[in-house]
Design a protein around this ligand. Structure first.
Ligand code: 8GP
Length: 829
C-alpha cells in the first residue's frame, strides 16, 4: 500500500502540480506529444481524426488529474458515496464541455490557432456516445455534471454499448435507421481497466443444502458465465471535482472453448466468445415501451451484477465490513431497468457472503432508492416468471422469498385480498410475471417522481397502494438540466451578455439570474438580447440548409418541437395546426399569421408504426409547404434528421417558441422544456410534467397555456369521449383532418395517412381533437405577441431570469437532502 499523497510524488521531482499544466504552452506541448509520440503520427500523414484524438487525450489527462485528486479527497473524508445505476447515458460531446469545466477554452483555442488549427472544426469532429434513448439518459448525464460540480463522491455505472441509439436518416420522407458505430475511430475519453473485471452467471439451476455449520446454503450452478470489464470515463464538474462513469463491456470468460478447439473446430470455439459479447452490443431503441426481450434482461442483470460486485470489492478492500454497506453507499436506481439489483444484492450478501436474510434485507432496503420516470402502462417493466426463472433461477427464488415475507406483512396489517393481489411482486393476471416497479419500491428506502405533478400522480395512480402503506417513503425531486452545457457552452453569445451584466457567479448558482429581471425592460439590453438570438438563428439557418437543403429566414418566428416522436407528446397536434395555416393561406386569409418556421426533430422507435407515420406526415407537409411560393413566404416546415445532444445544442439557443404540448398527465417531467426556456424561448404548453412548475416560476403571463388539465382529461374519458363528435361539429377541424387524405398532401397515395386519421377519429387516445381549438387560439396569441418585439423580448428575458430552479445542481441538492443524506465535499483549487 502506498499511503503517500499524489502531490508528494511530484514534490521530490521539484515539478510541483504543474505536471499537467493549463497554460497555452502546456497544452501545445502535450498536444504535440500526443500526436507524435502517443499516436505515432508524422505531420504529413496526420488526419483530422488524429488531431481531434491528440487534443482529446491532452484534455483527458487534465480531466483524470481532477478525478484522482477528487478520489483522494473523498477517501480522506470517508463520505457516503452515491452509485447511480442507469442503463442509459447521453453525455453528449466531451471536448467542449471539459474545456469549459477546466476553464481553458481560450488557452486551447490559442494553442490551436498558433498551430494553424481551428477549435470549432475539432469540436465538429467529435462523435457523441449515444448510449441512451432520450430524456432519461440525458437526465443521468446532467446529474453527473452536477454531482461532480457539487463535490458529491459518486460513480455512474452503466453499459458500454458497442452500438448506441441508431442514426436516423430521412429517405423519401420516411425514417430509416442505420447502426451507430460511435467507436469506429476509437474513444480517446475512456480508460480500459482490464484488471477491474467480474464474472456474471446466467441460467442453470440452484442447489439447496445445509452446510457443515448447519447453515442453509444455496449454490447457483450456472449454465454460462460472462466477464464484464470496466471502461472509465472521467466526468468533470465546473472548476472542481471529477467523477467517473464506469461502463461495463461483456467478454467471454475464456477467449476460446479449448475442448472444442482441440477437436479442430476453430469457428465453433470462437462462436461462444461472440455470443458472450452480444450482451453489450446494442442499445434497445425503445423509449417508454419495453418488450420483454431476453437479451434486454441479460443486459440489465449483467451491468447490475458487475456494479454491485465492484462496490462490494471497493468496500471490503478498504477494510470495511459489509454490515456497514448502506452507510457507505446509496444506490439510485434510474427507473426499474436496474431493479434486479435488489435481488442481486440479496444474493451476494446471503449466498456469497453468508449473511443472514434479515440482516441482508435490512441493509439492502437502506441502500436503494428508486426514481420512476413514467406512468405510461406500456412502459412499466414486467418480466415473465418463466423467462426470469430460466435466465436467473436464483433471483426468482429470492424474489419469491421477498414477496412471501412482504405479503405476510400485508396480511398482518389487515390488507384485503384484492389489495394484496394488486401489490404482490408477482402479477398473476395472464402469464405470471414479476412487476419490477414493485420490486424496486419494496426494496428501496425512498421512491421519487420527477416533477410535482408526476410525483402526485405516482402516489395516486401507479403506486397508490404502496403510498398508503409507506407514505414517508414517497417524495418528489423535480428534474433539472445542466446550465453549463446547455447555456454557457452551447450559447456563448447569451452567456457572455449575461455575465457582462451580473458576473459569472451564475455558473455555479443559477438562481442569481434573478438579477436579470431588472433589465427586462431596458431597451438597450433588449436590443442586444435580440441580436444574440438572431445570430443563433442565423447559425441554425445555415445548419438547416446543410442538413436538409431548405432555406429558411432567420427573421421568422422559430417554433420548435424536438424530442422523441410519440403519440402522447402530440407532434401531430402541431402538424394539424400547420395544416390549418396552410389552408388559410391558400384561402388568402393571411392576416394575423406571423411568418414562422416550424422545426421538428426526434427519433421514432423502429417498431412504432404510428410514430414513424407522424414523421412521414411532417415531411409530407414540409414538402408541400416549402415548395409552394404562395405559402412559403408565410411558413416553412423543417424536419432535422438524427436529433442528438450535439444537434440539440444548436437548436435550443435559436428557438423562439418551445412546444411542450403533451396530453396532461403523460409527460413525467420533460427536460427539453427547461433547456428552451433557459435559452430565452417562450413556451406554449399544457399543464403537464415540469411545465406546471416552469409556469409557476416564470409567471403565468409569460407562458402560453392551453389544453385540458389531468383531471379534465379523466373527466372527458369518464363521460365517454367521442372524438368523431368534434370532427363533425368543428368545420375547421374537419377540413384539416380530411386534408390528411387529400391528393394534394399525399400526391395520390390517399391511403398513406389513413391509419393516423382513423386513430384520431375513432380513439384519439391522447385527445388531440378535444384540445385542438384551445391550441389554435393560443397560437393566435403567440402570433400577436411576436409582432410586439418589446413585449416578446421582455418575456423572453423574464423566462431566463426565473429559471434558477431548473438547474440540475438544485435537483442534486434535493437528492442529497431528501434522499441520500449526504453533504457535498467541495474541492476547489
Ligand atoms: C423520461 C420522461 O418521459 C420525461 O418526461 C422525463 O423528463 C425524463 O424521463 C427524465 O426524467 N422517460 C424516459 O425517457 C423513459 O422512461 N425512458 C425509458 C425507456 C427508456
Amino acid at each position: 500500500k502506498h499511503n503517500r499523497s499524489i502531490e508528494s510524488y511530484f514534490e521530490s521531482l521539484g515539478t510541483g502540480a504543474g505536471e499537467v499544466g493549463l497554460s497555452k504552452e502546456d497544452i501545445t506541448k502535450d498536444f504535440l506529444h500526443k500526436l507524435f509520440y502517443h499516436l505515432g503520427r508524422v505531420p504529413a500523414l496526420t488526419t483530422s481524426n488524429d488531431i481531434y484524438t491528440a487534443m482529446a487525450l491532452t484534455i483527458r489527462d487534465r480531466a483524470l488529474r481532477k478525478f484522482v485528486r477528487s478520489i483522494e479527497k473523498f477517501t480522506q473524508q470517508d463520505a457516503r458515496g452515491i452509485a447511480y445505476f442507469s442503463a442509459e447515458y447521453l453525455p453528449g460531446p466531451h471536448l467542449g464541455n471539459n474545456l469549459l469545466n477546466l476553464e481553458i477554452v481560450d488557452e486551447t483555442k490559442a494553442a490551436l490557432t498558433e498551430l494553424g488549427l481551428d477549435l470549432d472544426e475539432l469540436l465538429d469532429e467529435e462523435e457523441e456516445p449515444g448510449l441512451g434513448n432520450g430524456g432519461l439518459g440525458r437526465l443521468a448525464s446532467c446529474f453527473m455534471d452536477s454531482l461532480a460540480t457539487l463535490g458529491i463522491p459518486s460513480i455512474a455505472y452503466g453499459i458500454r454499448y458497442e452500438f448506441g441509439i441508431f442514426k436516423q436518416e430521412i429517405r423519401e420522407g420516411w425514417q430509416m435507421e442505420t447502426t451507430d458505430k460511435w467507436l469506429h475511430n476509437g474513444n480517446p475519453w475512456e480508460v480500459m481497466r482490464p484488471e477491474i473485471s467480474y464474472v456474471v452467471k446466467f441460467g442453470g439451476r440452484t442447489e439447496h443444502s445445509t452446510n457443515g455449520q448447519n447453515r442453509y446454503q444455496v449454490d447457483w450452478l450456472p449454465e454460462s458465465e460472462i466477464k464484464g470489464t470496466a471502461y472509465d470515463t472521467p466526468i468533470l464538474g465546473y472548476q472542481s471535482n471529477g467523477i467517473i462513469m464506469r461502463l461495463w463491456k461483456a467478454e467471454a470468460v475464456e477467449s476460446f472453448d479449448f475442448s472444442v478447439y482441440n477437436m479442430g473446430d476453430y469457428y465453433r470455439a470462437v462462436e461462444k466468445k461472440l455470443r458472450s459479447e452480444n450482451i453489450t452490443k446494442v442499445l434497445y431503441p425503445n423509449d417508454e415501451n419495453l418488450s420483454g426481450k431476453e437479451l434486454r434482461l441479460k443486459q440489465q442483470y449483467f451491468f447490475v451484477s458487475c456494479s454491485l460486485q465492484d462496490m462490494i470489492n471497493l468496500h471490503t478492500t478498504q477494510g470495511r465490513e459489509l454490515k456497514n454497506f448502506h452507510e457507505k453507499f446509496a444506490i439510485q436506481l434510474n427507473d426499474t431497468h436496474p431493479s434486479i439489483a435488489v435481488a442481486e444484492l440479496m444474493r451476494l450478501f446471503v449466498d456469497e457472503h453468508e449473511m443472514e436474510w434479515d440482516e441482508a434485507w435490512d441493509i439492502t432496503r437502506n441502500t436503494f432508492a428508486y426514481t420512476n420516470h413514467t406512468l405510461l402502462p406500456e412502459a412499466l417493466e414486467k418480466w415473465a416468471v418463466s423467462l426470469l426463472g430460466r435466465i436467473l433461477p436464483r433471483h426468482l427464488e429470492i424474489i419469491y422469498e421477498i414477496n412471501s415475507r412482504f405479503l405476510e406483512e400485508l396480511r398482518d396489517k389487515g390488507f384485503s385480498g384484492d389489495q394484496i393481489a394488486r401489490m404482490s411482486l408477482i402479477d398473476e393476471n395472464g402469464e405470471p410475471s414479476v412487476r419490477m416497479a414493485h420490486l424496486a419500491t419494496v426494496g428501496s428506502f425512498k421512491v421519487n417522481g420527477v416533477s410535482e405533478l408526476h410525483s402526485r400522480l405516482l402516489k395516486s395512480q401507479v403506486l397508490n397502494d404502496f403510498a398508503g402503506l409507506w407514505p414517508q417513503k414517497f417524495t418528489n425531486v423535480t428534474n433539472g438540466v445542466t446550465h453549463r452545457r446547455f447555456l454557457a457552452m452551447s450559447n456563448p453569445g447569451l452567456a457572455n451578455l449575461i455575465s457582462e451584466k451580473i458576473g459569472e457567479g451564475w455558473l455555479t448558482d443559477l438562481t442569481s439570474f434573478k438579477e436579470l429581471e431588472k433589465l427586462a425592460e431596458n431597451e438597450d439590453f433588449q436590443k442586444r438580447w435580440r441580436e444574440v438570438k438572431l445570430q443563433n438563428k442565423q447559425a441554425l439557418t445555415q445548419f438547416i440548409k446543410e442538413q436538409t437543403g431548405v432555406t429558411v429566414d432567420p427573421e421568422m418566428l422559430f417554433d420548435v418541437q424536438v424530442k422523441r416522436i410519440h403519440e402522447y407528446k402530440r407532434q401531430h397536434l402541431m402538424v394539424l395546426h400547420i395544416i390549418d395555416l396552410y389552408l388559410r393561406i391558400k384561402d388568402g386569409k393571411t392576416e394575423n399569421i406571423a411568418a414562422s418556421t416550424f422545426i421538428f426533430a426526434g427519433k421514432a422507435a423502429p417498431g412504432y408504426f404510428l410514430a414513424k407515420l407522424i414523421i412521414r406526415l411532417i415531411t409530407a407537409v414540409a414538402e408541400l409547404v416549402n415548395e409552394d411560393e404562395e405559402v412559403n413566404r408565410f411558413i416553412k416546415v423543417v424536419f432535422l434528421p438524427n436529433f442528438n445532444v450535439k444537434q440539440a445544442q444548436r437548436i435550443y439557443p435559436a428557438a423562439d417558441l418551445s412546444e411542450q404540448i403533451s396530453m396532461a398527465g403523460k409527460e413525467a417531467s420533460g427536460t427539453g422544456n427547461m433547456k428552451f426556456a433557459l435559452n430565452g424561448a417562450l413556451t406554449i404548453g399544457t399543464l403537464d410534467g415540469a411545465n406546471v412548475e416552469i409556469r409557476e416560476e416564470v409567471g403565468e403571463e409569460n407562458f402560453f397555456l392551453f389544453g385540458q388539465t389531468t383531471e379534465e382529461i379523466q373527466q372527458t374519458r369518464n363521460e365517454g369521449y367521442r372524438p368523431y363528435q368534434y370532427y363533425e361539429e368543428n368545420p375547421k377541424l374537419k377540413k384539416v383532418l380530411d386534408f390528411l387524405s387529400s391528393e394534394e398532401l399525399t400526391k395520390g397515395d390517399t391511403e398513406l395517412f389513413k391509419p393516423l386519421y382513423h386513430n384520431l377519429l375513432q380513439q384519439d387516445p391522447y385527445q388531440l381533437l378535444k384540445d385542438f381549438d384551445s391550441y389554435c387560439s393560443k397560437k393566435e396569441e403567440v402570433f400577436k405577441l411576436w409582432n410586439d418585439k418589446k413585449e416578446w423580448t421582455k418575456k423572453s428575458i423574464l423566462n431566463v431570469a426565473r429559471m434558477g430552479k431548473f438547474s440540475s445542481d438544485r435537483s442534486i441538492r434535493d437528492y442529497c437532502e431528501k434522499i441520500w443524506n449526504v453533504k457535498p465535499v467541495k474541492l476547489k483549487e
